[in-house]
Design a protein around this ligand. Structure first.
Ligand SMILES: [Zn+2]
Length: 401
């Protein structure tokens, strides 16, 4: 099977070259040969193919002291677009990025229904409008990835979304039937972990991302790959029991971590103590800036329970990087040191613990970058954007309310 092998090797070389072109931004053929160890003839054939497909472009460098201006190669970032969708409880965010994962537009629409057919219709309408907008580019929409705040099977069927009370929905097929594109359906915590690795922690192959909002979800990257478990349900750490016979949870058990350390519980408890309904993030920010005994005690309890769960996760994975995705912790930067002060076991080890810069945007950014990685069929993706280029999703009112 010589031809089969040759085709396989060609494909491997191609994906390796594309990921190196993305990583280096602008790179000459000679540099590519040096970086990849592939000979110049191989590089030349592959580059010609990629130029033909309009996946890369050539540019002549302006200044070169040696007199010869090398021709530089870069990814043709406008050849197509990735669409990342965060399907949350009360809102849907659509972010369109170029092929280098740079967000070009981001819009959030509110969602006032849990009816599956209505939500499907909304998604289809919006996807069709993006297909139309992108139809003039070489590849149009290259991929759509939808983040689900619930359990997704390994073959991308929605198993259960607690807040919409959806069971066994094949959103992938339903959208494909109406738009012609089969989106990838992923758990939002997994997409958050993927975004952290692709954009912010290139060198961290063993990364955990804990999303703390209506519940607690864990995205797991092991050796640079998302770990989703046998059925696809790995990372449901919100249902790890941390208090024996504790508060009842909707999963049927008592004392689950998310009954103590999710943001929604923090809001609920604070609301009871402060005797104020509909607390917003702004209220919390004001209380943190000007703390009283109630907020100090609540924050202290929250961090205590959060640290207990983190300690357990650290013992399970021995991660290099742990990213906490939480608007609440973002508002209270001191919290990281307070958590670290509680992680003092001589057994549990990690390298780095920090709060996500992406916050609520992590899901759509992970969705866009996963769509790009799938389209280009590359083994690893390293993207760079500046913090000010990250779209900001309004988070004044909690999304679970
Ligand atoms: Zn539970």
């Amino acid at each position: 099977m010589v031809t089969g092998d040759a085709a396989y090797i060609k494909k491997i070389n191609r994906s390796f070259l594309i990921s190196k072109i993305i990583e280096h931004g602008l790179v000459s053929r000679a540099e590519l040969s040096k970086i990849t160890g592939l000979n110049k003839a191989t590089i030349s054939v592959q580059v010609a193919d990629l130029l033909n497909e309009e996946l890369i472009v050539e540019t002549q460098q302006e200044h070169n002291n040696l007199g010869r201006r090398p021709i530089m190669l870069s990814l043709n970032r406008k050849a197509g677009f990735a669409l990342g969708i965060d399907l949350d409880y009360k809102q849907i965010t659509f972010t369109l990025s170029d092929l280098l994962g740079f967000p070009l537009s981001s819009e959030t629409i509110s969602l006032n229904t849990s009816d599956y057919e209505n939500v499907l219709e909304l998604l289809v309408e919006n996807i069709q409008s993006f297909q139309e907008k992108c139809s003039n580019s070489q590849y149009g929409i290259v991929g759509i990835v939808i983040g689900i705040h619930g359990i997704v099977t390994e073959d991308e069927i929605i198993h259960f979304v607690p807040q919409h009370n959806w069971h066994n929905k094949n959103l992938k097929l339903d959208i494909k039937a109406k738009t012609g594109i089969a989106p990838h359906i992923k758990n939002n915590a997994n997409l958050c972990a993927f975004a952290e690795q692709v954009y912010n922690h290139h060198e961290s192959e063993n990364l955990l991302c804990v999303s703390l909002y209506s519940g607690i979800g864990l995205g797991i990257m092991i050796n640079g790959e998302l770990y989703e478990g046998y059925h696809g349900y790995a990372g449901e750490m919100g249902h790890m029991i941390i208090v024996p016979n504790g508060k009842p949870c909707n999963c049927g058990n008592k004392g689950c971590w998310e009954q103590y350390a999710s943001e929604s519980i923090f809001f609920k408890q604070l609301s009871e103590k402060q005797n104020k309904t509909d607390i917003t993030y702004l209220d919390i920010q004001n209380w943190i800036n000007d703390p009283d005994a109630i907020i100090s005690q609540e924050m202290n309890d929250y961090i205590e329970y959060l640290s207990i769960g983190l300690n357990n996760i650290i013992n399970l994975y021995n991660p290099e990087t742990i990213v906490l995705n939480s608007e609440l912790l973002k508002m209270h930067p001191e919290s990281i040191n307070e958590i670290k002060a509680r992680l003092t076991s001589s057994v549990s080890h990690f390298e780095e613990l920090l709060v996500s810069e992406f916050g609520k945007e992590a899901c759509v950014m992970g969705a866009c970058s996963l769509a790009i990685k799938n389209f280009l069929e590359i083994p690893e993706l390293k993207l760079n954007i500046e913090e000010e280029d990250i779209p900001k999703i309004a988070v004044d009112v909690p999304t679970w309310r």
